[in-house]
Design a protein around this ligand. Structure first.
Ligand SMILES: *Cc1c(COP(=O)(O)O)cnc(C)c1O
Length: 294
């Protein structure tokens, strides 16, 4: 995130946020002295193509950042529809954070006109943490070439040139992670099949959403509910940290609400290599601990 927001901006970034990870883009821009404006949606609501169009019409921006899957809110933004607007602005570079969705939901970067789609290995790709991956368009490279002071370790152009030249990196990469990613992509994900993998994520999301609505409520507008993680409003005022203590004794764990949503909400992940049996076992344990069974 730091590499690309720093390398792609000559004028000003329009940073769209629907939660903690969207806000992070803005904090990164500020920390790097990159001019940026912060556009926040109402809690639980997406970044809309209309919001993006309104910002771009001002002519102030040459970069848009959007979080595809906001892991704090359990919300998936309509990145393809937003791309249809951005393509009308040829000078605008479109940066998308797909950290918690790549590998769990279909993202057609070319159709969506996404210039840089970045992700990380530890979420829906199901590989240990420590590696970031990205697709980079020629347009983004051209822009970055004209930006001064891109940094040293995080200079996008230096990395792109070295990779293009001989599949090397300017500094020593985390090679064990690359082997792990290669195995996951060519064995686990290829053998499952991409469409099967996306459908499994959809199915697990449907199960958790139905369960959430039966006992609690969804945090996000359901039209935009995430297929990789569900954020559930703690409408019954239960202790989430207490739940995790009990779940831990049984070999399970969930996530508390992120930041301000701590104890007000909790999150159930259904990403990576999760299967339906695991997920149903987890829900049954929660029902047992919280006395939700009738
Ligand atoms: C996890 C995550 C990140 C990166 O988080 P780190 O733990 O700092 O590596 C960025 N964006 C999203 C949407 C995420 O879910």
């Amino acid at each position: 995130m730091e590499m690309i927001i720093r390398s792609c901006i000559k004028k000003r970034a329009a940073v769209f946020s629907v939660g903690a990870f969207g806000d992070r883009w803005y904090k990164i821009a500020q920390a790097n002295n990159v001019p940026a404006d912060h556009f926040k949606s109402e809690p639980g609501e997406p970044t809309t193509p209309e919001m993006v169009e309104q910002a771009l019409k001002t002519g102030k921006y040459d970069v848009v950042t959007v979080t595809h899957n906001e892991t704090s809110a359990g919300l998936m933004n309509p990145v393809h529809e937003i791309g249809q607007i951005i393509q009308n602005y040829p000078d605008v570079v479109y940066l998308v954070d797909s950290v918690s969705s790549l590998g769990g939901a279909k993202i057609e970067v070319d159709k969506a006109h996404i210039d840089i789609c970045l992700s990380s290995t530890q979420k829906s790709l199901g590989v240990p943490p420590g590696l970031a991956v990205a697709s980079v368009s020629d347009k983004a490279i051209k822009r970055a070439e004209s930006v001064e002071n891109r940094g040293y370790y995080l200079d996008l152009i230096n990395v792109v040139n070295r990779v293009k030249k001989n599949y090397q990196y300017p500094s020593t990469p985390a090679t064990p992670h690359m082997w792990a990613l290669d195995y996951q992509l060519s064995k686990i994900i290829d053998e499952e099949g991409l469409d099967n993998r996306f459908n499994r994520h959809q199915k697990l999301a449907d199960i958790v959403r139905a369960w959430a609505k039966e006992h609690f409520a969804l945090f996000a507008n359901e039209t935009y509910a995430s297929n990789t993680v569900t954020t559930i409003l703690n409408t019954k005022g239960k202790s989430v940290s207490g739940l995790n203590d009990e779940l831990g004794k049984r070999g399970f764990m969930i996530s508390n609400g992120y930041g301000e949503l701590k104890e007000k909400a909790f999150r159930i992940a259904h990403m990576g290599d999760r299967n339906e049996t695991d997920l149903r076992d987890l829900l049954a344990e929660i029902e047992d601990i919280w006395g939700l069974k009738q």
